[in-house]
Design a binder for this molecule. Structure first.
Ligand SMILES: Nc1ncnc2c1ncn2[C@@H]1O[C@H](COP(=O)(O)OP(=O)(O)O)[C@@H](O)[C@H]1O
Ligand SMILES: [Mg+2]
Length: 235
């Protein structure tokens, strides 16, 4: 009963007055929805983080997990391409120092240790339009989202035909086909993820906003490496 687990998770968060889910909670809901994520682990102390990274194998990324920190990079909470135990220790200390300095009141739950993934960065998100209701968005993701605003929208729920149309409507469409030396991405997996996000929000309208940014897409895999969920505030 995965749907039940998802809705219980969301209603208990709302009851406890939470509106933003941290990376670990958002990832759990995505995984229950069948949305693929990169391999990851979690550690609370430097020693735990080191041993998880050693077990996972290098390279890894480290990310801060805190309910108050939505934009992790901005607060110095993300370190990429870490290749050894020494680098893990250094990155761990740098993250803690920077986060405490930039967001002194944030509650720090720990650090997510993530496998590094290669591919074209895409975004899937959802919002609520005051007139039309829940909408789903697809586009080129990562750091260029705000600059290009190259996205397509549909009302939720979508069909697989809608999902395919959404891929075709963006200006950056050739990037999906492997333009400029990029991998030709597996569109079947991308359509599947669009459908699953639509279904998740359709069944759980208390999700006010969510995004997978970025999704890393290549020839063989499409996986999310970051997720954000914002819930409706309890009345
Ligand atoms: N596992 C990963 N593999 C490769 N690149 C990653 C990975 N995780 C994050 N990145 C890169 O780092 C950027 C920031 O990380 P992200 O988890 O999205 O944090 P935030 O959006 O909160 O700053 C991503 O947009 C992506 O370019
Ligand atoms: Mg992100």
């Amino acid at each position: 009963m995965k749907n039940k687990a998802i809705s219980e998770h969301i209603s208990s968060a709302i009851k406890s007055g939470k509106s933003i889910l941290d990376l670990e909670e958002a990832r759990e809901i995505m995984e229950l929805s069948g949305i693929p994520f990169n391999k990851s682990g979690f550690g609370k102390t430097e020693d735990e983080v080191v041993s998880v990274a050693n077990e996972m194998g290098y390279p890894v990324a480290l990310k801060i997990v805190s309910p108050q920190i939505v934009h992790k990079t901005e607060s110095g909470g993300v370190k990429l391409d870490i290749n050894s135990e020494e680098e893990v220790k250094f990155a761990y200390r740098e993250i803690m120092k920077s986060v405490k300095n930039k967001v002194p009141d944030a509650e720090i739950l720990g650090i997510s240790i993530d496998e590094m993934v290669k591919g074209t960065e895409l975004i899937i998100g959802t919002t609520v339009d005051p007139q039309f209701g829940h909408m789903i968005m697809f586009g080129i993701g990562g750091i260029f989202v705000e600059i290009y605003e190259d996205v397509s929208f549909r009302l939720i729920p979508i069909t697989s035909g809608d999902a395919k149309d959404m891929l075709n409507e963006i200006k950056g469409r050739p990037l999906l086909d492997g333009a400029r030396g990029r991998p030709k991405i597996d569109e079947g997996q991308l359509v599947d993820i669009l459908m699953k996000v639509s279904e998740l929000v359709d069944k759980n309208p208390d999700i006010q906003e969510m995004d997978l940014n970025p999704l890393m897409a290549n020839e063989s895999n499409v996986v999310a490496v970051d997720a954000r969920i914002i819930l409706k505030k309890s009345e």
